[in-house]
Design a protein around this ligand. Structure first.
Ligand SMILES: O=C(O)C[C@@H](Cc1ccccc1)[C@H](O)SCc1ccccc1
Ligand code: NI
Length: 182
């Protein structure tokens, strides 16, 4: 199982690389890794398991964060209407996005960053994402709210972008449209 000791921390060069596309169909090993990434999120959101293994709750994880520079992400997030988004995708890509922006009220965090970095992170309010799931099927998702922010955070990891790169240095608490409440 993936534990916090498997998470690569900020400063490691792999978090600044552009991850390689996964040649499809994915290998058995790549499928097992992606499945383990989703399982980590489930474990991290289970109070008993998280407590037992000292897991930080996570709603997303990108393969570079476990030392694998491949375009693979897992997302396990609930939106404000209690819809659960549980996805493990190869080669996720933002196909289109709104002009309208948003930001997560209170700022963002990252499993690869221990310290709190204050500031609002501008994100697209709505995105259309595609990718290939563990069964090899193409998935197309239209997202808004926290799921949209989460997918953008994870896809940024595949391009070597950390959330704090996007915080305005001159005015970190600048707002971007209507906030997504935690
Ligand atoms: O480091 C990661 O990629 C996982 C992040 C993803 C994330 C951070 C901020 C906003 C959206 C996604 C972790 O899940 S940080 C923990 C967390 C938990 C609930 C809500 C926001 C952040
Ligand atoms: Ni992160």
């Amino acid at each position: 199982m993936i534990k916090m000791t498997d998470i690569i921390m900020d400063g490691h060069p792999i978090l600044r690389e552009k991850a390689a596309s996964v040649k499809l169909p994915a290998s058995q090993e790549e499928k097992e890794t992606l499945q383990e990434m989703l399982q980590f999120l489930k474990n991290s959101q289970d109070p008993k398991i998280a407590e037992k293994y000292g897991l930080r709750p996570g709603i997303g994880l990108a393969a570079p964060q476990i030392g694998i520079s491949k375009r693979m992400i897992a997302v396990l997030v609930t939106d404000d209407e209690e819809n659960v988004y549980s996805y493990a995708l190869f080669n996720p890509k933002i196909l289109s996005h709104s002009v309208e922006q948003t930001y997560l009220e209170g700022g963002e965090g990252c499993l690869s960053v221990d310290e709190d970095i204050p500031g609002n992170v501008p994100r697209y309010a709505r995105i259309t994402v595609t990718g290939t799931d563990l069964n090899g099927s193409e998935v197309k998702l239209r997202l808004k709210g926290l799921p949209a922010i989460c997918f953008q955070h994870e896809i940024d990891h595949l391009d070597g972008i950390m959330f704090y790169d996007r915080i305005d240095k001159k005015d970190p608490f600048q707002t971007y449209g209507k906030p997504v409440l935690r």
